[in-house]
Ligand binder design. Structure first.
Ligand code: ATP
Ligand code: MG
Length: 321
């Protein structure tokens, strides 16, 4: 398939998942966790495979160009499938170009700083992809659902009044704007799981001995706050889906579908950046020719001057693109 056509298909595929900036989201009404865009699992596996290949190729170019970085934020409720999604979607990329950071309950040191500090420390470098497994959005999700967590942050009086959430949305939007303007694309994905599918997955962890380690009684307690979380997610999506860093709501009841969507969204971002291998200038090309001649002159008796070119007759004639 032609590159532009592929790019267009990916864009069309993820369009319905994108939260229109400025729109008011109500999760239960607007997004269906069971959706699979009419795909069959078998087709999905094939799609994911080609998506993973595409990501690998683009990541190489991103690293070579060394100008842009990508930050992928993954949010979900417990058992939403963040870990598996990361494992599958990133399976083809060079581990040197990717860094995954998981954010848990903040440490004493982290609480001693402003709330964005620990996330800022894990931002991507140019040429790299950073994945946030949970992200700065926890600061308007779990912290909003459990106000005692806000108390632990020891904010000064004027900073913890009733306007705190609105202000945080604004600060997060501004921060992401700053990152985008400076070459760091921010991609945000919410894996949208249904309450019934969460129940099923918890039970699977209890039923299968090899999954027991994944079960946490705390997750079941947190499930009691389901409606509060849905509300907090809806508000967050409404307030922080921006032109420069839109949210995507990915149906997560079918793991294979969530993975395809995530790969497609990340691919779309990279295609948009369109990273190129750096062009070598004439000066450098001259140096390369000199080095090549020198190496060729070192060829032992009876062996080809350039064994690589001898084996690959078209090498050096093709333009990289
Ligand atoms: P998994 O369970 O798959 O290992 P996880 O992301 O659920 O992954 P846990 O260690 O189970 O990891 O949970 C991390 C916990 O940390 C979550 O309950 C989350 O709500 C909490 N957390 C994350 N960020 C914050 C924060 N800023 N303030 C308070 N709690 C937070
Ligand atoms: Mg957990």
């Amino acid at each position: 398939m032609h590159g532009d056509e592929r790019a267009e298909r990916i864009a069309d595929f993820i369009e319905p998942l994108r939260v229109e900036p400025g729109s008011k989201v109500r999760l239960g009404r607007d997004f269906d966790p069971r959706d699979k865009a009419g795909l069959k699992k078998r087709e999905g596996v094939e799609l994911l495979r080609s998506g993973v290949e595409l990501l690998a190729e683009y990541q190489q170019r991103l690293a070579a160009q060394d100008t842009y970085g990508v930050l992928l934020c993954l949010q979900a409720l417990d058992a939403g499938g963040k870990d598996g999604t990361i494992r599958h979607v990133m399976s083809g990329v060079n581990p040197q170009g990717v860094r995954v950071s998981s954010f848990k309950v903040p440490s004493a040191e982290e609480l001693d700083h402003d709330y964005l500090w620990r996330y800022a420390k894990r931002l991507p470098e140019r040429g790299g992809i950073a994945i946030f497994n949970r992200s700065h959005y926890e600061e308007v999700l779990v912290v909003r659902v459990h106000p005692e967590l806000l108390v632990r942050q020891r904010l000064p009086g004027h900073a913890r009044g009733s306007g705190v959430w609105k202000r945080r949305y604004q600060e997060i939007n501004d921060w992401e704007r700053h990152l985008t303007d400076n070459g760091f694309k921010v991609v945000k994905i919410f894996l949208n799981l249904s309450k019934e599918e969460q129940r099923t997955r918890f039970l699977k962890r209890l039923d299968l001995p090899e999954k027991n380690w994944k079960f946490s009684a705390a997750d079941v307690r947190e499930r009691q706050y389901w409606d509060d979380y849905q509300r907090a997610f809806s508000r967050m999506l409404s307030a922080t889906s921006t032109e420069w860093a839109p949210w995507y709501v990915v149906p997560a009841d079918r793991k294979w579908f969530a993975r395809i969507c995530t790969a497609a969204i990340l691919a779309h971002t990279l295609i948009d950046i369109d990273p190129r291998y750096p062009e070598v200038d004439e000066e450098t090309r001259k140096d390369l020719r000199t080095a090549k001649r020198r190496l060729e002159q070192e060829a032992p008796e009876g062996l080809p001057a350039d064994p690589y070119a001898a084996r690959h007759p078209s090498a050096g004639k093709k333009k990289r693109g």
